[in-house]
Ligand binder design. Structure first.
Ligand SMILES: C[S@@+](CC[C@H](N)C(=O)[O-])C[C@H]1O[C@@H](n2cnc3c(N)ncnc32)[C@H](O)[C@@H]1O
Length: 250
C-alpha cells in the first residue's frame, strides 16, 4: 500500500511540475521550516503548488516512515480497543502520519484528520483511501476543534511547533484532560531544540500523566523519489530522526 501511495503521489504532483521545479520548491519549503519559521503561522509553508507538492512527496513519506516506526516500537500503541476506535489526527497535513499509525493497528481505527488548510484536508482524504482506511479530513483549527465525547487516540505529528504559544497551551490542557479520562496521546516533533522550545514543559506534564518521552533515529529504505529529492535539494535523510511523547491511556 505504501508503494502504491507513493506512486499515486508522483502521478498527482509530478504531472504539474518538473523535477527541478520540485527540488527548488523543496529547498524553499525546508528554508521556511528552518530559517523563516516566523512565517509558518501565516501559512507560508503550504503557499504555492510547488511547496505543497514538495510537502506531499517528500515530508509526507518521511513522516509516514518515522511514525510507523514509533507506533510499532511503543508498547501497546498498535493495539486499538473499542474504546479508542477513532484516531484524531491534529494538523493532519496530507494524512501521512495518521495513516502510518492507523494502518499499523489491527483493526485499524477510523481516522479523523483536522487541518486548517483545505488542500491538506483533500490530500488527507486521498491518503486514507490509498491505505484502505475509513477516514475523512475536516478543515478546522486544532486548538478550537470539538473532539467529541467518544474515547479516541490523538496524534499531533509535526503540528504543535506551528501553533501560537497560547493555542498550544490550551491544547496541552485539553489533551492531558482527555488522557486522564483514558484517551491515548502521541506527539511527534523534530529533534532540533529550536523548533520546540516548549518541549521540556510538555515532557514533564506527559511524564507526570503516566506517559513517556523518547528520541528516535531510524534508517529506512527511502522511496526512490524521496531519495532523489533529498540529494537534489542538498538534504540528508538517510537517517530519519524525531522525538515523541506518549500517554498510553486506559
Ligand atoms: C508540518 S505539517 C505536519 C502534517 C502531518 N501531521 C504530518 O505529520 O505529515 C503541519 C500541519 O499542521 C497544520 N496546522 C498548523 N496550525 C494549525 C492549526 N491551528 N489548526 C489546524 N491545523 C494546523 C498545517 O496546515 C500543516 O498541515
Amino acid at each position: 500500500m505504501f508503494d502504491d501511495w507513493i506512486a499515486a503521489l508522483e502521478r498527482r504532483h509530478l504531472a504539474e511540475l518538473t523535477f527541478p521545479e520540485l527540488s527548488r520548491a523543496l529547498r524553499a519549503l525546508s528554508a521556511t521550516y528552518v530559517e523563516r519559521r516566523g512565517r509558518i503561522g501565516e501559512g507560508s509553508a503550504l503557499s504555492g503548488a510547488g511547496k505543497r507538492a514538495a510537502f506531499a512527496l517528500f515530508y509526507g513519506p518521511l513522516h509516514y516512515l518515522l511514525v510507523r516506526h514509533i507506533a510499532s516500537a511503543l508498547p501497546g500503541a498498535t493495539a486499538v480497543s473499542a474504546a479508542t476506535s477513532t484516531l484524531v489526527d491534529l494538523g493532519c497535513g496530507t494524512g501521512a502520519s495518521g495513516a502510518a499509525w492507523a494502518s499499523s493497528c489491527a483493526p485499524s481505527p477510523r481516522v479523523l484528520g483536522i487541518d486548517r488548510h483545505p488542500w491538506a484536508v483533500k490530500e488527507a482524504g486521498a491518503t486514507y483511501q490509498a491505505f484502505g482506511l475509513s477516514g475523512r479530513g475536516i478543515v478546522g483549527d486544532v486548538a478550537k476543534a470539538d473532539f467529541g465525547r467518544k474515547r479516541a487516540a490523538f496524534l499531533a505529528a509535526f503540528t504543535l511547533n506551528e501553533l501560537p504559544d497560547a493555542a498550544r497551551e490550551t491544547l496541552l490542557t485539553r489533551l492531558l484532560d482527555r488522557a486522564a479520562k483514558g484517551d491515548r496521546v502521541l506527539v511527534v516533533e523534530p529533534l532540533a531544540g529550536f523548533v520546540a522550545p516548549w518541549w521540556k514543559k510538555w515532557r514533564a506534564a506527559v511524564e507526570s500523566s503516566a506517559g513517556r518521552a523518547d528520541e528516535w533515529r531510524i534508517r529506512a529504505d527511502l522511496p526512490v523519489i524521496v531519495a532523489k529529492l533529498d540529494r537534489a535539494a542538498g538534504l540528508n535523510h538517510r537517517e530519519i530522526t524525531g522525538r515523541s511523547l506518549w500517554i498510553p491511556g486506559a
